[in-house]
Design a protein around this ligand. Structure first.
Ligand code: NI
Length: 389
């Protein structure tokens, strides 16, 4: 079965919503305009309940099907926030807000889930309850976690939950999914190395934090190459180095910022332990002091194997067998839908965005021709996951 016809009929309307969101990007939890429009539309579509302010600016819509005895409740989730990037496209609906743009396609995600809500509220061709979840702050704020902590799952009785993200490089009309770890855990650290400043011509009277930092950076490379099993995946990247001001002064301090990524809790624990030990030991060896802040960020996004099969099957029903890749490699990027998948079984799928610049690139744009596929998949999940009787 191709795209659902009724959805193709109002794809242009969904695109107009998307472009309006694109012109008016908002960051983190400050998605007041977007959340307001989402809530307004859900009410206009006739959702049975629309709740705002969950997870600060999150919005939830409840759509009851025919309720012929099924008590099943399925959650579908989209993210609403943009990024602090100056847009470098020349599309007519380019961002009107300097320094902010929808560079990850969350404008498309929000619009597609709105489209699904409109269709589901109109047709109600399922036996159970569909919950549409619109979250703030996917880009670094952990909005999904905040919604979960606000009682999202219990309050609406959600039993399974599904997420979707566009993916540049995958053709439009294709989907990709995998069971198990799909997106990485992302942790970060700030290290301040305290040495002893002094005259560059008298290094013996100082403890040079730049030399110590250099050894720390080099030694940290052994975590991935010599500590983690080569068949597992991990990333340790030092991405910021700050120290010194002059040609002839040994500074007092050096600061390093970095990220640590992994795909399993075991590798996550192992990497953190090694990073801590290496930093502490190297600094001590050189007579410097390490002040380390190590913060755990988003956990690993883990697809439930059974729900992955179900979601892939729903995707095949839309685009056919050959357009659904079920063995796509995991990505070392992170996704805060992981917090929802820690609470309930479910799965996260990639939707082809075609040959476009990558997510978070200033020339990126969500591909509107992918919209009917995404909306049709959402509807299919509800209609086949809770078939009408
Ligand atoms: Ni994103």
């Amino acid at each position: 079965m191709p795209i659902i016809n009724r959805i193709a009929d109002f794809a242009d309307e969904i695109t107009s919503w998307r472009r309006d969101f694109h012109e008016n990007p908002e960051l983190q939890f400050d998605v007041h305009r977007t959340a307001g429009i989402v809530a307004e539309k859900l009410k206009a579509f006739g959702c049975d309940e629309v709740v705002t302010g969950i997870g600060r600016t999150g919005v939830v819509g409840v759509i009851k099907g025919r309720l012929n005895g099924s008590k099943k409740v399925i959650g579908l989730r989209a993210d609403m926030d943009a990024l602090p990037i100056e847009e470098a496209t020349d599309v007519p609906y380019k961002s009107k807000v300097p320094g902010k743009m929808h560079a990850c396609g969350h404008d498309g995600h929000t619009s597609m889930l709105l489209g699904a809500a409109k269709y589901l509220a109109e047709t109600r061709n399922f036996d159970g309850i569909a919950i549409v979840i619109f979250q703030p702050a996917e880009e670094g704020g952990g909005g999904a976690d905040v919604m979960v902590k606000d009682g999202l799952m219990e309050r609406f009785g959600i039993q399974e939950v599904y997420g979707m993200h566009n993916m540049p490089g995958i053709p439009v009309g294709h989907f990709a999914i995998r069971p198990g770890p799909t997106a990485a855990a992302a942790d970060r650290f700030t290290l301040v190395i305290e040495g002893k400043g002094g005259h560059a011509a008298q290094p013996h009277n100082s403890v040079d934090p730049i030399l110590v930092a250099s050894h720390v950076i080099t030694a940290l490379q052994s975590v991935v190459s010599r500590t983690v099993d080569p068949l597992d995946s991990a990333v340790v990247s030092v991405c910021t180095v700050k120290a010194g001001e002059a040609y002839n002064v040994i500074p007092h301090q050096a600061t390093l910022l970095g990220t640590v990524r992994s795909l399993t809790p075991q590798v996550r624990d192992l990497s953190e332990a090694r990073v801590r030990t290496i930093i502490e030991s190297v600094c001590t060896a050189f007579g410097a002091t390490a002040k380390l802040d190590y913060d755990r960020g988003y956990p690993v996004t883990v697809n439930d194997p059974e729900k992955t099969v179900f979601m892939a099957e729903a995707a095949r029903a839309i685009v056919g067998d050959t357009a659904v890749d079920t063995s796509v490699l995991p990505m070392m990027g992170a996704e805060d839908f992981s917090y929802m998948l820690e609470q309930r079984p479910g799965a996260y799928i990639f939707l082809g965005n075609g040959d476009t610049p990558g997510c978070h690139h200033p020339a990126y744009d969500f591909n509107d021709s992918a919209t009917p596929y995404g909306v049709s998949l959402w509807v299919k999940i509800i209609e086949t996951g809770m078939p009408a009787r």
